[in-house]
Ligand binder design. Structure first.
Ligand code: GUN
Length: 299
């Protein structure tokens, strides 16, 4: 049976360490501030944003939350971002994705001041990551990297298969894992919806990261005995319960657990790490913008 990697435990540890960093900023008169903006009535997005706000509160980050109706003009969002760029109490700005179809996502990402871009999605921050000089590592990929470290699964020299090529997870994660840096040095293959034979790739992998957004895409037939499997998927699938849905990862947990070396559950795996690394980036953003040098967990 696989070792189950506990993302809640690792996430809480990082949050506790960040609390100490927030206290040191506070000694210098700085309170980190994170603004979240939601332009959607999607239930999952609402849940994610409120979890992010609650986590801020727990470690002493000041949270600011704004909602814009999904049918409002795009300028409502662009104007709000402009105001937040100018607000000195806000060090981090997060616009929850996806935004409605009539809003140009790339324009949203470019509008956020790159120093306040705690998602790491602005082209300047994407460029810095690819060039090997990251300012803000995107939260979910950074969380995956920290989980691998916590599970003693150093990717250096290993064959890693990332299934999924999104701008939020797959592409930045592949970039992090190939870096000549701690937590990197892997040989990385990125699979996606047009990959001919995904199983042929995952069967050769030491580490598989599933981030395709397809429920239970990865089963035991697709991996070998020693594989570490990280499940980034959070899919709502229909269920006969009060909510009418349940969460399913991109990995068939019961099946793969029998064979893998280590595996993350859904929920309780990557999710808590995404939030912990958002807090990390917000604390870093406050430190950079206020010119107060502090130590951050794991540096
Ligand atoms: N939607 C899904 N994941 C994310 C994320 O990490 N950041 C933002 N802003 N939106 C998301």
């Amino acid at each position: 049976m696989a070792h189950v990697i506990d993302g809640n435990e690792v996430g809480v540890r990082i949050q506790n360490e960040l609390s100490a960093s927030v206290e040191r900023l506070s000694d210098s008169g700085v309170t980190p501030g994170l603004a979240t903006v939601l332009m959607s009535d999607d239930g999952a997005s609402e849940t994610y944003v409120s979890m992010k706000q609650r986590a801020c509160e727990q470690i002493g980050i000041e949270g600011y939350h704004y909602e814009i109706g999904p049918d409002e003009p795009a300028d409502e969002l662009f104007d709000r971002i402009g105001e937040l760029n100018e607000d000195p109490s806000v060090h981090g700005i997060l616009v929850q994705m996806p935004v409605p179809d009539h809003v140009d996502e790339q324009r949203v990402l470019r509008r956020i001041d790159p120093l306040k871009d705690v998602d790491g999605f602005h082209p300047e921050n994407v460029g810095r990551l690819v060039a090997g000089d990251p300012r803000y590592k995107p939260c979910t990929p950074h969380g995956v990297q920290r989980l691998l470290a916590a599970a003693d699964a150093d990717p250096a020299g290993k064959d890693v298969v990332v299934v999924g090529r999104s701008n939020i997870v797959g592409k930045p994660l592949a970039n992090l894992l190939v870096q000549k840096a701690d937590g990197g040095n892997a040989t990385v293959t990125v699979c996606h919806s047009r990959t001919d034979d995904i199983a042929a790739k995952t069967l050769e992998a030491d580490i598989v990261v599933a981030a395709a957004g397809v429920p239970e895409l990865i089963d035991a037939e697709m991996i070998t005995d020693g594989t570490t499997v990280i499940d980034v998927g959070v899919n709502r699938v229909d269920a006969d319960n009060e909510k009418g849905y349940e969460l399913a990862g991109d990995v068939d947990f019961e099946d793969v657990e029998e064979k893998a070396e280590a595996i993350t559950p859904v929920p309780g795996g990557v999710g808590p790490m995404t939030i912990a690394m958002l807090l990390y980036n917000t604390v870093k953003a406050a430190s950079l913008q206020e010119g107060v040098a502090i130590e951050l967990p794991g540096q």
